[in-house]
Write a protein of this length. Structure first.
Length: 421
């Protein structure tokens, strides 16, 4: 059994009605399992969540604490969690590799320099002093990326969104078309028998792709903008392109399709730089923004002082809640984190004064309606036209591992037995 895993960034249960009007997502729900009751993890950031999706572990288990590493007094150019080696537990990708399967990833977070991924187009962003192309080649599958650009680069209309998502789905469809199927139209109509080498070719056993356009459009334009509505149509078309390729290769008989979202977004009404406030009050701490919240990095001996100060000044700092050490452990938050804060509704926390702001963002607590995410599962082993509830996002990896028959014993989530036939 093979797997196509598609992440749709920045969509939540609140978007259910609009998404199920779209033809391809509606088709997936009608022909498989759907849920809009999936609890994501804290923090509600892309990289920790995507790592939970492929490991079945919470951030305190897999080790990806944030999108960015924390470097004291250097908020502008913090390196991101680019490299797969930073994940502390097995992933679907490493488990598949050890089982002799081939893996392809397209803009999937935290995959840089992975030895388990044969076709790796990593999500990498260059700093101002770096070259984007050189950095992608350094962290990804160099020769495959060069070949892909030479063959298909003309289909890529820049690297802005949603054009980049369209190119991602195009590359995914080409990976699927590697598969030899004697019933495929191009082989049925041809008078020439395919070579032995062509008949031996196959699509990767796992294709994982990250579609980012809605996240970008919401950050830039706010929730429910006209550009977002246009982006949703393109998103569904991208998914449709992949489904069409699977159909053309007669691959649905032995392929599982999983579509999952990581978090929603909410509109920003005001921003505040917490580090400025902390410095002005001589508080020995540094904030690292989550969007609608922040980690508060401190020396352990200052934990009580900082915690009490933040609680006493919540209204002045526009803070809704200060998370204690014990609360963070209950949330399975990253190890080493002693204090975090959640801002009041619509207040974005900034790391530095001239940091660009957003029209909408995430990083809210798990109580937010936007923290409930979405899941579609379709394949020969799954039920049809069934809606499930009470799911954790860490349940996805062990469920997919069972579906494609690979071991993932380290997962903290459960197998969704109720989804299987």
């Amino acid at each position: 059994m093979r797997l196509v895993l598609i992440s749709i960034d920045a969509l939540s249960a609140l978007d259910t009605e609009e998404l199920l009007k779209l033809p391809n997502l509606k088709k997936l729900a009608e022909n498989g399992v759907f849920s809009n009751d999936v609890r994501t993890v804290y923090p509600t950031l892309t990289y920790p969540i995507h790592t939970s999706i492929i490991t079945g572990c919470y951030p305190d288990g897999h080790g990806i604490a944030h999108n960015e590493h924390f470097i004291k007094d250097s908020p502008k150019f913090r390196p991101w969690y680019w490299e797969a080696a930073e994940i502390k537990v097995p992933t679907l990708f490493t488990a598949a590799y050890k089982a002799g399967r081939e893996v392809a990833t397209l803009l999937w977070p935290v995959t840089g320099k992975s030895k388990s991924i044969k076709y790796n187009f990593p999500e990498i962003k260059a700093f101002p002093w770096e070259n984007q192309v050189t950095k992608v080649l350094k962290y990804g599958s160099k020769w495959w990326l060069i070949k892909t650009e030479l063959m298909y680069g003309k289909h890529r209309d820049g690297i802005a969104q949603p054009q980049l998502d369209s190119f991602t789905s195009y590359v995914a469809s080409k990976l699927i078309h590697k598969d030899y199927s004697p019933m495929a139209e191009e082989f049925v109509k041809s008078d020439v028998r395919p070579s032995k080498r062509r008949r031996m070719q196959h699509m990767p056993d796992i294709i994982a792709m990250h579609l980012v356009a809605i996240d970008t459009l919401r950050h830039d334009n706010g929730v429910n903008s006209e550009k977002e509505r246009e982006g949703l149509i393109i998103l569904d078309m991208c998914i449709g392109k992949v489904l069409e390729a699977l159909s053309q290769r007669d691959a649905f008989l032995d392929t599982v399709v999983c579509v999952v979202s990581d978090h929603g977004q909410e509109n920003v009404h005001k921003s505040i730089c917490l580090n400025t406030v902390l410095r002005e009050n001589s508080i020995p701490a540094e904030a690292q923004s989550l969007g609608f919240g922040a980690y508060i990095h401190i020396e352990r001996e200052n934990r009580r002082l900082v915690y009490e100060h933040l609680n006493a000044n919540k209204d002045d700092y526009l803070i809704e809640h200060v998370y204690s050490y014990d609360e963070l452990r209950q949330l399975n938050a990253p190890e080493g984190l002693h204090i975090a804060v959640e801002m009041q509704q619509g207040i974005e926390a900034l790391d530095y004064e001239d940091q660009p702001t957003h029209k909408a963002t995430h990083g809210f607590g798990l109580h937010s309606p936007s923290a409930k995410t979405l899941l579609w599962l379709m394949g020969p082993c799954f039920k049809r036209n069934v809606q499930l509830s009470d799911i954790n996002i860490v349940d996805i990896a062990p469920t997919l591992a069972r579906a494609i028959d690979i071991p993932l014993k380290s997962a903290q989530g459960r197998v969704l037995n109720e989804a299987f036939i």
